[in-house]
Write a protein that binds this ligand. Structure first.
Ligand code: UDP
Length: 237
């Protein structure tokens, strides 16, 4: 596999073409942003942890029947993935109240929901990723009704699998964001990453935050938190 030109540079990853038209290489950076890019920083070693963690979790999901973009881990920071066109939706699953949910509805963090919730935001930095009603996804032609139904089904299955796995690791999966993409033949698969950048992970005993909220909220111990969840994942891998 030969790495070719850079296709795209995002906030936390770079994407490169390869000699295979159906494959990309993603390269994970230590750069961190929050609040739609307003807060910037670096988290030393984050790229390595996010690359390895995302790959380990995607492998698990594949084994459970969820199609993902994962092909092969190439190095500490680089992974070969299937080329997709990203569906411009941020798919957020919540098991407990936190973050923008708590803010929007004026409730404390940590309320355990009877059922997980799925919500969609429009992946659009210029508009700061506004929340979407499902009818608006069709109106804006971001995805078809069938695609939205499939994405919702996959998102809930991911939640079930990852909630159980993180529980074994002594971690509560509070909420997370997924992105899906479409391959050349139109198949919808899970793409992007699953990491402490995109999940809220709380220690199951103490409730200590082991994710990007430590960076967003200046709680300190950011690198240690990422290393701790990675250690727990490896111990239960
Ligand atoms: N999230 C993300 N990228 C975003 C927005 C949210 O990865 O652009 C993740 C976030 O880390 C959390 C979940 O999605 O695990 C729910 O985030 P929320 O809507 O509460 O927004 P936030 O409080 O992070 O602004």
């Amino acid at each position: 596999m030969e790495k070719r030109e850079q296709i795209y540079e995002g906030k936390a990853k770079k994407v490169f073409a390869t000699d295979d038209p159906e494959r990309y290489i993603v390269s994970y950076k230590d750069d961190a942003t929050a609040f739609n890019g307003l807060k910037k920083g670096t988290i030393a070693g984050k790229g390595i942890i996010n690359n390895r963690m995302s790959n380990a979790l995607m492998k698990r999901l594949e084994a459970a029947g969820i199609p993902t973009h994962f092909v092969e881990e190439l190095s500490d920071r680089e992974t070969l993935v299937k080329k997709v066109k990203i569906v411009p939706l941020e798919v957020i699953v919540r098991n407990l109240s936190a973050g923008s949910f708590s803010k929007r509805y004026g409730v404390e963090e940590g309320i355990v929901f009877a059922e997980p919730t799925v919500e969609f935001s429009y992946k659009n930095d210029a508009l700061a990723d506004p929340l979407l009603a499902e009818d608006h996804i069709s109106a804006l032609e971001l995805a078809s009704k069938e695609e939205v139904a499939l994405i919702r089904k996959y998102a809930l299955a991911v939640d079930e699998i990852l909630t159980a796995f993180w529980k074994e690791c002594g971690v509560t999966l509070v909420d997370f964001k997924l992105e899906f993409g479409k391959t050349a033949d139109g198949t919808v698969i899970l793409a992007d990453e699953i990491s402490p950048d995109t999940c809220r992970l709380w220690d199951a005993q103490t409730g200590e935050k082991l994710d990007k909220d430590r960076f967003r909220r200046d709680l300190g111990g950011v690198e240690d938190a990422y290393a701790e969840v990675m250690k727990r994942l490896l111990a239960h891998g």
